[in-house]
Design a protein around this ligand. Sequence first.
Ligand code: C2G
Length: 153
Amino acid sequence: MTKTVLTYGTFDLFHIGHLNVLKRLRALGDRLIVGVSTDEFNAVKGKRPIVPFEQRIEIVRSIKYVDMAIPEERWAQKREDIEKFDVQIFGIGEDWKGKFDELEDKVEVVYLPRTSGISTTEMKRVLSAFDERHVEELKRTLDSLSQIVKELS
Ligand code: C2G
């Protein structure tokens, strides 16, 4: 019998942490189905991805460990997807530990260790340093510094 693994995520600014968890999940079964959160559903989750949904799902679909990518639109869709795709294992990173135990009446629920040292949130924080306002601030500081240097010399 084909063992089907199911997971969900936003996969914004796709990085090695995303790749590792997909690779590990695929190794648990014969096929991996990935639900990619739509931009509307991310708004519900309080997230605003940088990369639009259409591009994120295309990237996930192109990962060799992924056999199928579907839109994730609601919290409640997990149970429907488990039925629809005849899923045996639900897996996700340990940052969700315990959050999906209620699915254990249907499937084996697995929480995998996260890849340390990389996160989309951190990447977005670093990128925000380059936004307009910060650059303007930087410019002003440099201008006043060069003014001081001029006055001192
Ligand atoms: N991940 C990881 N290591 C990292 C970063 C992320 O293993 N350094 C894993 C997460 O644990 C998750 C997957 O990568 O299993 C996707 O992470 P996100 O895109 O942040 O997913 P999230 O927005 O938390 O969506 O219904 C569940 C949600 O859709 C999960």
